[in-house]
Design a protein around this ligand. Structure first.
Ligand code: NI
Length: 170
């Protein structure tokens, strides 16, 4: 396994609509293993392929807490097939916008159709924090970042803060 480079805002790959995966094979599984390792290494709970510069519809998620067993999920070509009318507001962060967080409102639960690690067709009802993580990561596949859900003013403030923290990091 290998750790991959995480691309940060405003890299153009993050704004691109990702392409469907045609086949889940060993090469793709090796890439998903690398994505997972990269996510764990960065203490993230989700990562989408465009964030490592690969414009394909692949997401890895693990929302287990540190004191719990890891429970990785691999979503290939994921599609939201149902959204609840009820919404919830949750604070989100993103490895492509390091150190930043903001509250985002999204449907409280979603149903997702996807292919798993072995290429099998699956359906998942995501609720609570898994619903947040899944929607955040699926957005990445369409070139949408969580800051795109904020008002223009809030987005500008967050981007300014990100630029300042980068200057400090050097
Ligand atoms: Ni993200």
């Amino acid at each position: 396994m290998a750790k991959l480079k995480v691309y940060e805002y405003p890299h153009p790959v993050l704004k691109k609509k990702a392409e469907k995966v045609s086949v889940v094979d060993d090469e793709l599984r090796a890439f998903m293993d690398d994505m997972l390792e990269t996510m764990y290494d960065s203490n993230g709970c989700g990562l989408a392929a465009p964030q490592v510069g690969v414009s394909k519809r692949i997401v890895v998620i693990d929302i287990a807490r540190e004191d719990e067993e890891p429970s990785p999920m691999y979503l290939v070509n994921p599609e939201i097939i149902w959204k609840s009318e009820e919404t919830e507001i949750c604070e989100e962060g993103c490895l492509s916008l390091p150190e930043m967080r903001a509250e985002v409102e999204r449907p409280a639960s979603v149903k997702i159709h996807y292919l798993d690690y072995d290429g099998r067709e699956c359906e998942l009802l995501a609720e609570d924090f898994l619903a947040v993580a899944a929607q955040h990561e699926l957005d990445h596949l369409d070139g949408i970042l969580y800051i795109d859900h904020l008002s223009r003013l809030k987005r500008q403030m967050l981007v300014k803060k990100l630029e300042n923290s980068r200057k400090k990091r050097g």
